[in-house]
Ligand binder design. Sequence first.
Ligand code: HEC
Length: 214
Amino acid sequence: MTDTHAYSLFRLRRLAAVLLGALMGGLLLSLQPAPVLAAAGEAPVAPAQLAKAVDQMEQLDRMRISLASTLEGSSEEPTMDTMRKVCMPVGKRAMAIGQENGWTVRQVASKYRNPDHAPAGAQESAVIDLFARHSEITGLWEPATAGQGAGVNYYRRIDVQASCLACHGSKDSRPAFVTEKYPADRAFNFKPGDLRGMYAVFIPEVQQALRQAV
Ligand code: HEC
């Protein structure tokens, strides 16, 4: 990591822990140093883009936690409508963040509910596995994979909170809409603190080139 990157990222003080995790994760996972960690040469995307991706995923994660907490402690039986209002809006927001920034934003889980969220390749599987083995790693970035073109992948862990168990707790306690809509559901039997999955952001290099050209 160069001084410039370190400065512009660590300026976001509240994200310092995430970035430390990112650095450690990058070191642990990569057999070769990720481009952004390379001492010489340019980072494949602008540091500001990386910082923005970190910030956007923090906001997305907080959005889910706050939506889930609205169900917690409610004495009323949640209606079909309120039950749908936790992870579906998060999925929509993730797509919108991708469109707004020219990134690809996905949620990935090996124990997935929506089969679209299954790990898409060796790198995603390896990062999920790393997050599962190292709960102290919050996020990390990795080089683009062969099919992606130039760019950087940013990954951020998603942990299970007590408030998630209303829908991701025991198999039998899942809401009816979940069992109906997701026949291949694997996203149950979690307990607080478990790894639930991760956000995966691909930031293509072309965006930076386009911005600089403007
Ligand atoms: C009200 C029910 C409900 C609650 C509460 C809930 N989820 Fe979900 N979760 C779902 C549904 C339904 C999906 C599938 C959404 C879709 O089709 O994209 C899902 C999908 C997900 C996904 C995407 C990956 C996958 O398996 O498809 C993640 C990650 C996730 N939930 C994490 C959480 C976390 C973390 C919490 C607690 C902070 C939580 N959920 C609380 C119902 C819920």
